[in-house]
Design a protein around this ligand. Structure first.
Ligand code: F6R
Length: 603
């Protein structure tokens, strides 16, 4: 959610900032902007719309500057306009912001009453105005940053440059922020995501909340200073060498990152299984052997929440352990009952989702252990949890999550098998290999799904149904379709349809019905009910069934054989393809769907 990049060094800051923003554009693409210090003035170039609009302006002006900050926005306060685009600046400072200033409304009124004028409707400008006000009183940038930060509430990250120097300042509260440096080239960097710094900063630092970072580049060195808000030196940061590589940043032969990421799944599934069963990850899983917490609290958002629903099923059915799954934004405010001996399990691709992080904090405060299933190593969630189970998905750029879901579920399944003590059971590796092969077959044989997509893409609405372990897949299939194709879609437990939603059914409504080998007859009866009301029936079920062929208008036949536990993942990939091709026919921006951002760092 909002991408931030800052640079200070002997080179032209424009190159690394624009490259960084391009890598982060999937986090927000309502507008983009850059502020450069040129001839001792702070010059802002910003534009509503996608980053390409800003790039066009930059190509015309060809600016050169040793110090600058850039931002790609996902709007929270204030509409999508050029005025509301970041950076916000004045004669003294320029600021980029990711997050929300919760008391911005009150502060703005107070500042306006004091005579300060605002140029935008954003909460972010409140921070700039506060900073300027304090600086005019004390002439001290660090003190003014600390004071402004102490005045605001909410979770935010800020990067600040000033007219008076070439320093980069930044700080944050419960929002992602990383500082980097390159000692050889004497360059300093800041970003909301280490991904933006790959290839630029071999050394990176993760400051904790309320630590001010000050990057100073001199003729002989680059130095990062860390301060507490009382301006005493701080050691509350983590250093890491930046080992990330660039291979995930291109689409390769695929039209979209989403398609590339769907296709990556077979090999990532096998790699993850090898990592956890045979290689380094085995030790982490072995620590779960005979593990008996008194209960599990799974929390996550969106697609990761759906992964949690599948994992709950494993914990209950394989381990007979009780598990609750909550949407993080609900869990954190429901005064949950948390007892010693229970485990909080947080599922997140980014490891930066604000609501999920808040749930982890809550569990910690209540003295219960936190585990994560997470993709981004070094993310806030990763750093805050007692034990992390990495999903090793690589960078996921498509805003609609695909490969992360599969690998989250697989990791949960392997955790469950580890607790059961059956990681060495040959049937486990066999099932995973089979899953990878079946998904591989789907990837190379997607014509039939494409044909179905072409028959139904113009319909009014879509109801995805499934029972048991396929119910979370119905939810996930509907989410994927609505987010990238902008059509109304919802997921329902097949047996629940007659309790209300069946009223929606007519010939313009498509029922995407998942039929597993389990509860086969009962699921068929649910489909008959929809068919009787003239709904369009698409069945995703065991292949070669004349009954399903006869019942459906369109039939996506899959081979469920040999996948007793992992078939939900297989079905899900078929639905990923269906959503992708429907969206493609509708001509939407598949990798950057409207109104969305990849990582939701506001509550
Ligand atoms: C949907 C999607 C979102 C995320 C959700 C949680 O395709 O990507 O629903 O799953 O915002 O994000 P993470 O997993 O980063 O916590």
């Amino acid at each position: 959610m909002c991408g931030i990049v800052g640079y200070s060094g002997p080179g032209n800051s424009v190159g690394p900032i624009i490259e960084g923003l391009s890598r982060l554009e999937y986090r927000g693409y309502d507008s983009a902007g850059i502020c450069l210090k040129i001839n001792d003035e702070l010059q802002i170039i910003k534009k509503e719309g996608k980053l390409d609009n800003l790039k066009a302006l930059i190509n015309e002006q060809k600016p050169f500057s040793h110090t600058g900050i850039g931002h790609t926005r996902w709007a929270t306060h204030g509409g999508v306009t050029t005025d509301n685009a970041h950076p916000h600046g004045n004669e003294l400072f320029a600021v980029v912001h990711n997050g929300i200033i919760e008391n911005a409304g009150t502060l703005k009124k107070e500042l306006q009453a004091e005579g300060f004028v605002f140029k935008s409707q954003t909460d972010s400008e409140v921070f700039l105005v506060l900073l300027t006000k304090f600086y005019k009183q004390n002439n001290n940038t660090l003190q003014s940053i600390a004071k402004a930060f102490n005045t605001i509430t909410g979770n935010s990250a800020f990067v600040i440059i000033e007219k008076a120097s070439d320093k980069l300042y930044c700080l944050k509260r419960s929002a992602p922020l990383v500082v980097g440096d390159n000692k050889e080239t004497r360059e300093a960097f800041v970003s909301s995501d280490p991904f933006a710094l790959i290839g630029f900063a071999p050394r990176i630092y993760f400051p904790q909340d309320a630590v001010i970072c000050e990057s100073i580049v001199t003729d002989i060195d680059v130095k990062i200073n860390f301060y507490e808000l009382d301006l005493s030196p701080s050691e509350r940061y983590k250093f890491q060498s930046n080992a990330m590589t660039m291979d995930s940043t291109t689409k390769g032969p695929y039209e979209h990152f989403m398609l590339k990421e769907i296709h990556e799944q077979p090999s990532l599934i096998e790699k993850l299984a090898a990592y956890y069963i045979k290689n380094q990850g085995r030790q982490i899983l072995d620590s779960l052997k005979s593990y008996r917490p008194t209960g599990w609290h799974l929390t996550a958002c969106g697609t990761a929440w759906h992964a949690g629903l599948v994992i709950k099923n494993y914990l209950e059915q394989i381990n007979r352990q009780s598990a609750s799954v909550d949407i993080a934004s609900e869990f954190r405010y429901k005064n949950p009952i948390l007892n010693k001996g229970e485990i909080g399990l947080f599922i997140s691709q980014s490891g930066e989702t604000a609501d999920t992080l808040a749930c982890q904090e809550l569990c910690k405060e209540n003295g219960i252990q936190s585990f994560s299933i997470v993709n981004v190593e070094g993310s806030t969630l990763f750093r805050n949890c007692d034990q992390n189970f990495l999903i090793h998905a690589g960078v996921e750029i498509g805003v609609a999550s695909t490969k992360a879901f599969s690998l989250q579920v697989l990791t949960g399944y392997l955790m469950s098998r580890a607790m059961e003590g059956t990681l060495d059971d040959p049937s486990l590796f066999k099932e995973i290999k089979l899953l990878s092969n079946r998904i591989g077959e789907l990837c190379s044989n997607v014509e039939s799904i494409k044909e179905v997509a072409s028959e139904i893409y113009n319909k009014k609405g879509f109801i995805f149904t499934g029972r048991g372990k396929y119910f979370p897949i119905a939810l996930e299939g509907a989410l994927k379709l609505k987010e990238i194709a902008y059509v109304h879609a919802e997921g329902y437990a097949a047996g629940e349809l007659k309790h209300g939603p069946i009223a929606l059914i007519d010939e313009q409504i498509v029922n995407i019905a998942i039929v597993g080998p389990e509860l086969f007859e009962k699921t068929i009866s649910n489909i008959e009910e929809v068919k009787a009301r003239k709904g369009v029936i698409v069945i995703v079920g065991p292949k070669g069934s004349s009954e399903l062929e006869h019942l459906s208008d369109y039939y996506i036949g899959l081979d469920f054989e040999g996948l007793p536990n992992l078939s939900p993942l297989y079905v899900n990939v078929a639905l990923q393809f269906l959503a992708y091709h429907i969206a493609s026919l509708k001509g939407t921006d598949i990798d950057k769907p409207r109104n969305l951002a990849k990582s939701v760092t506001v509550e």
